[in-house]
Design a protein around this ligand. Structure first.
Ligand SMILES: Nc1ncnc2c1ncn2[C@@H]1O[C@H](COP(=O)(O)OP(=O)(O)OP(=O)(O)O)[C@@H](O)[C@H]1O
Ligand SMILES: [Mg+2]
Length: 100
């Protein structure tokens, strides 16, 4: 799951000048919160609701399965995955998982 998020982050920063990838984790009560942030091109508003759909891709050679699989892994662990993104600024995926 983390590999998929990091791969997406790296791909999103391919054409931007300032590249910064940040992976954070912290305990929040009963939960563990993991976030992967990038300073890439961001996700357009109209794409945001579709990125977790299987086979949705904006990449020439993408399968569009990375995030669909991430979401399934997170749900199998009774967690949640959320995205915040601004076009031209970057994207953060936050995964919240039960700690026990
Ligand atoms: N960090 C990100 N920054 C910008 N866009 C993203 C990011 N992560 C995902 N996306 C968008 O969500 C789409 C779906 O991502 P997903 O990982 O499911 O498939 P993919 O990356 O296109 O293909 P694959 O994972 O098979 O290489 C991407 O094509 C891209 O448009
Ligand atoms: Mg991907």
């Amino acid at each position: 799951m983390v590999t998929n998020l990091v791969k997406n982050a790296a791909e999103a920063m391919g054409e931007v000048r300032s590249k910064k990838l940040e992976i954070r984790s912290k305990k929040e009560g009963e939960f563990v919160k993991l976030s992967v942030s990038d300073t890439g091109k961001g996700i357009a508003e109209e794409d945001r609701k579709r990125i977790f759909d299987p086979f949705f891709t904006t990449k020439g050679k993408g399968t569009g399965l990375g995030l669909a699989i991430c979401q399934r892994i997170v749900e199998a662990h009774h967690g949640e995955i959320e995205v915040a993104s601004e076009v031209g600024k970057g994207t953060t995926f936050v995964v919240k998982l039960p700690g026990k």
